[in-house]
Ligand binder design. Sequence first.
Ligand SMILES: NC(=O)c1ccc[n+]([C@@H]2O[C@H](COP(=O)([O-])OP(=O)(O)OC[C@H]3O[C@@H](n4cnc5c(N)ncnc54)[C@H](O)[C@@H]3O)[C@@H](O)[C@H]2O)c1
Ligand SMILES: O=c1ccn([C@@H]2O[C@H](COP(=O)(O)OP(=O)(O)O[C@H]3O[C@H](CO)[C@@H](O)[C@H](O)[C@H]3O)[C@@H](O)[C@H]2O)c(=O)[nH]1
Length: 443
Amino acid sequence: MTLRVSVFGTGYLGATHAAGMAELGHDVVGVDIDAAKVATLARGEVPFFEPGLPELISKHVATGRLRFTTDAREAADADVHFIGVGTPQKKGESAADLRFVDAVIDGLAPLLKRPTVILGKSTVPVGTAARLAARVRELAPAGDAVDLGWNPEFLREGFGVEDTLRPDRLVLGIDKNHPGRIEEMARIVYADAIGRGTPFLVTDLATAELVKVSANAFLATKISFINAIAEICDATGADVMELADAIGYDERIGRKFLGAGLGFGGGCLPKDIRAFMARAGELGVNQALAFLHEVDAVNMRRRDHVVDMAARELGGKVVGRPIAVLGAAFKPNSDDVRDSPALDVAGRLHLMGADVRVYDPEAMKNAAAAWPTLHFADGMEDAVSGTELVIVATEWREFKNADPVRLAQVAARSVVIDGRNCLDAEAWTNAGWVYRGMGRHSQ
Ligand SMILES: NC(=O)c1ccc[n+]([C@@H]2O[C@H](COP(=O)([O-])OP(=O)(O)OC[C@H]3O[C@@H](n4cnc5c(N)ncnc54)[C@H](O)[C@@H]3O)[C@@H](O)[C@H]2O)c1
Ligand SMILES: O=c1ccn([C@@H]2O[C@H](COP(=O)(O)OP(=O)(O)O[C@H]3O[C@H](CO)[C@@H](O)[C@H](O)[C@H]3O)[C@@H](O)[C@H]2O)c(=O)[nH]1
């Protein structure tokens, strides 16, 4: 069954979700306040890098099943409204900034004159959905006939299309005292995945909100756990990769997200654990999440560690020394540089006076916008040419597949810090490089 669907916010989440909804057969309008973004999407182009998304957007813009606008009134008649706007960290605080979500509700609710369902997808502090549900009923001409549920999103950048079309689970939070038609409409929206047996969990609003932040807190904890062990490996000469393989064979532990290195960044994990801690404080249970302070601290120490390693490799004299930083995105297959460990390391070395040359296959534009004073190279070889140190900060395939023999010919000194433990250490060593991994016996 085809529904009329709107998606508020057309960033990494919203544009991907809108395209996914069109692919599932729904009639979709994406709404954003960023006129330039809307104009690009309306031409069938994608203003950011997400594999598979340009094909989907151009296909459905061409069929007319997917439209984009800055005018919320064009979305007023939708059967289901999704909210996918940003919930960034507040400046100077760890709490989430909810002003964009609030603005969507305040703009949309007065337009709702008939029974409608709103599904929030943005990641929000627990308690937000109940507050918004009450506000929407107060502001909407249709009043109690407007139902708001929370349907958190778990997609990973770089795999956004796949995760949207074939999610590993669907979670729907509803107000059990005011269920309305939320579940019925969500079952129609996601009929394809539910029909394939995808777990569909219906919970209360608070549980759904908490599922999302708990999942991200767990992933962040897993990464910081292995990075803490990497610190011990460095102190003892043990190898964290062999260790991760060994513990990962235990199915209760699992090998995924045990990649030691520069740690986590991006527009989700760092700000989500901080917002979660802030919310726990507001709820008077800050001790419950005290461990997340350490998760954050371990993570930030990884960046310090790489900067310290770089200084050490250069004999403590960083000023004017040429360093190649390969990678600017927070992870491969993304152009996202939000809270990117790679760019943070490059920026810090730059501020220390090093002559840093950055190269990233997709994130150069965003990196230059975030750090206009950094030097950006034309390619990997250009970045490495004449440098005394190479830091691999994002594990792009291009860097993993690089020929260490060729790069040794163009570098001034053959020293590499593998900030993501992604290189073939033996091949690089055989090519004459001094190889330094993260938590590996090469220290
Ligand atoms: N990026 C991901 O992989 C991902 C995955 C799961 C959940 N999330 C969550 O989804 C939300 C969005 O994240 P994102 O990465 O897509 O952010 P983003 O910054 O890429 O996109 C947010 C968009 O919302 C738009 N916007 C702001 N105010 C608006 C308004 N009043 N009306 C319409 N549009 C408005 C902005 O212009 C922007 O285009 C966040 O809560 C995030 O935590 C993101
Ligand atoms: O073993 C690992 C795995 C990941 N990372 C880093 O962790 C960060 C986050 O990676 P990933 O989780 O793949 O990226 P996101 O696209 O930010 O996705 C996370 O955040 C999204 C937004 O909330 C959620 O929807 C996803 O489920 C959740 O994985 C990146 O900097 C990675 O380099 C590691 O350091 N080691």
